[in-house]
Design a protein around this ligand. Structure first.
Ligand code: DX5
Length: 227
């Protein structure tokens, strides 16, 4: 069953790492729905970002919910670390979880929500048999590793397929997209079925500020769904 709510979720990848607490407070004031931490280990993707201690240190800066997007070689080793750091939703890449059913059950048993992320080339088929353990599907619209990349519009077909898969289930699953989401691309992703839209560059680089960026993206996504 699809979620009807449109959520705008910032990636903090483009934030000022020297003042993360302040940037998180600014995001909360700008009306974001939750915050995504792009966790990268330098192995699954050629970049290195946030450990659980950084997230735990930032937890007290805002009441906005945290989600961890684990772009790491072996997420099973880190699941409880990011839950204990204050992330209520843990997103794992199916490409890094050979025992995905067990990984998702471990997250659920630890009291967090589960997300499954699929790289552009990964077919949806891989998650068909674990949907009962899935709270969110993340369709990557860039190849993971860096912010500021171009949106891969051919993923809209896959977003449509994911939305169809979700409509056939008997529980609520959010459909998230991440990568190159901005004023010129959000409508295509929303119209295809996405209801959680992750943006980094488009939010932090908006010359009119975060509040404008969040409301502009939200209104464009809602308009696209209603047309
Ligand atoms: C890729 C990252 C980025 C980031 C958002 O691994 O996951 O997609 O969150 O990047 P922007 O919004 O700058 O394309």
């Amino acid at each position: 069953m699809e979620s009807s709510k449109i959520s705008i979720v910032p990636s903090v990848l483009p934030a000022d790492f020297s003042k993360l607490g302040e940037d998180l407070l600014a995001l909360e004031k700008a009306g974001v729905d939750r915050v995504q931490w792009d966790v990268m280990d330098g192995h699954f993707v050629p970049n290195l970002t946030f450990g659980p201690d950084v997230i735990a240190a930032c937890r007290k800066s805002t009441s906005v919910a945290f989600e961890a997007h684990l772009m790491v070689q072996n997420p099973d080793l880190l699941l409880t670390n990011y839950i204990d750091a204050g992330c209520e939703l843990i997103i794992v890449h199916v490409e890094t979880a050979p025992h995905l059913h067990k990984t998702l059950k471990t997250i659920r048993d630890a009291g967090a929500k589960t997300g499954v992320a699929l790289n552009p080339s990964t077919p949806l088929e891989v998650i068909r048999h674990v949907l009962d353990l899935v709270d969110l599907i993340l369709i990557m619209t860039v190849n993971p590793g860096f912010g500021g990349q171009a949106y891969i519009s051919t993923m809209e077909k896959k977003i449509e397929e994911a939305a169809k898969l979700i409509r056939a289930t008997d529980h609520v699953i959010e459909l998230e997209v991440d990568g190159g989401i901005g004023p010129n691309t959000i409508a295509g992703a929303a119209k295809a079925g996405a209801n959680v839209l992750v943006a980094g560059t488009a939010l932090f680089k908006d010359p009119k500020g975060l509040e404008h960026a969040v409301s502009d993206l939200r209104s464009k996504a809602i308009a696209a769904k209603n047309n």
